[in-house]
Ligand binder design. Structure first.
Ligand code: AFP
Length: 337
């Protein structure tokens, strides 16, 4: 055996030791989430085998059909964290309102916001899906967490991460000390450090966008995508297109290989003028990760990390990935709208 084996528990603890004043609460919360991820991963890997597949017949707050695994992932995250005394309130992409911590449990210093199973319409097709989470600090003064604790801009996050259920299960997280990736070894049930200090290339090779929406985009976005496809050998264009339609999978691929993912605003659905993705559960946590990896995230005009949330399920246009490419997308939007 040559390489040192570092479990996620050891890694999180070692990061905590750099902060002598840390109480260990955030460390423990991250470990709770890792444990929930293992349980969700176990069920996801059985998706094709058991009757858990299929629709519950309910719709979530976004008007999308909810699949049983979404409900399972949501409940698992809530059950693994609500009793610990580390959280003051939670919010989930699957639940319309705040998820309070029951009175019988102590109230903690942190807020957990999550998308329990993103890309779930892909489950039946055996495409990679993921869990995304964001951790904020309690800022309200009362005895329990409030909506205001959830509606904080991305730059205030204490930690963020995602789990990708792919050819292997990986957990990637940041607490503002770089981005670190762990691969689940199913034989021992541990996440082991496999991708320390991930840095994303400053220029992309790939672009990821649902080009079926081309006709619904603004002039600036259309021109930018045309530019990416135009041949210019010296400038490294055209870029290659990669679009899975599962945000965590698209993001993870671009993070490692260098790429830009876009879900721009469009005119397709008048109910969703800001695109499809949610600020609190998708855009902000991935923005924290990409910034820590040397990339950028923008809504086309400003950094996602600066956007002040106004409601729990707010949507936002997203341009995220290699820094120079996000800068360029913004430039086209500035010039052409
Ligand atoms: P589902 O959870 O309904 O599969 O949606 C996935 C998602 O929110 C995100 O993971 C994808 O990036 C995006 O939607 C894909 O949307 P389009 O199907 O409109 O391209």
């Amino acid at each position: 055996m040559t390489a040192e084996i570092i479990t996620i528990e050891r890694h999180i603890l070692e990061q905590q030791r750099r902060f002598p004043k840390a109480t260990g609460e955030l460390t423990a919360l991250l470990y709770d989430i890792a444990l929930a991820a293992k349980i969700i991963s176990r069920e996801v890997s059985k998706a094709g085998l058991v009757e858990i597949l299929g629709l519950t017949g309910e719709e979530n707050v976004q008007g999308e059909q909810v699949m049983k695994l979404d409900v399972y992932a949501n409940d698992t995250l809530v059950r693994m964290t609500e009793h610990t005394g580390r959280l003051c309130v939670m919010a989930s992409e699957e639940i319309p309102d705040l998820i309070p911590i029951p009175d019988k449990y102590p109230c903690g210093r942190y807020v957990l916001l999550f998308d329990p199973l993103d890309g779930s319409s892909n489950i039946d097709m055996n495409v990679s899906i993921g869990t995304i989470f964001s951790i904020q600090r309690k800022v309200s003064g009362g005895p329990r967490g409030t909506l205001g604790d959830c509606l904080q801009p991305g730059h205030k996050q204490a930690a963020a991460g995602y789990v990708i259920y792919g050819s292997s299960t990986m957990l990637v997280y940041t607490t503002g000390q770089g981005v670190h990736g762990f691969t689940l070894d199913p034989s021992v049930g541990e996440f082991l450090l496999s991708h320390p200090n991930i840095q994303t290339p400053s220029r992309a090779k790939y672009y990821s966008v649902n080009e079926g929406n081309y006709g619904y985009w603004s002039e600036g976005v259309r021109r930018y995508v045309d530019y990416l496809k135009a041949s210019d050998k010296a400038a490294g264009r055209p870029y290659s297109g990669r679009y899975i339609g599962s945000l965590v999978a698209d993001f993870h691929r671009n993070l490692l290989a260098g790429g830009i993912f876009m879900y721009p605003a469009d005119t397709k659905d008048p109910e969703k003028p800001h695109g499809k993705l949610r600020l609190l559960y998708e855009a902000a946590p991935l923005a924290f990760i990409i910034e820590q990896a040397g990339g950028r995230a923008s809504d086309g005009k400003q950094d996602i990390m600066q956007v002040q949330p106004e409601s729990l399920h707010q949507r936002v246009p997203l341009f995220i990935g290699s820094k120079e490419d996000v800068d360029k997308a913004e430039q086209f939007i500035r010039e052409f709208g």
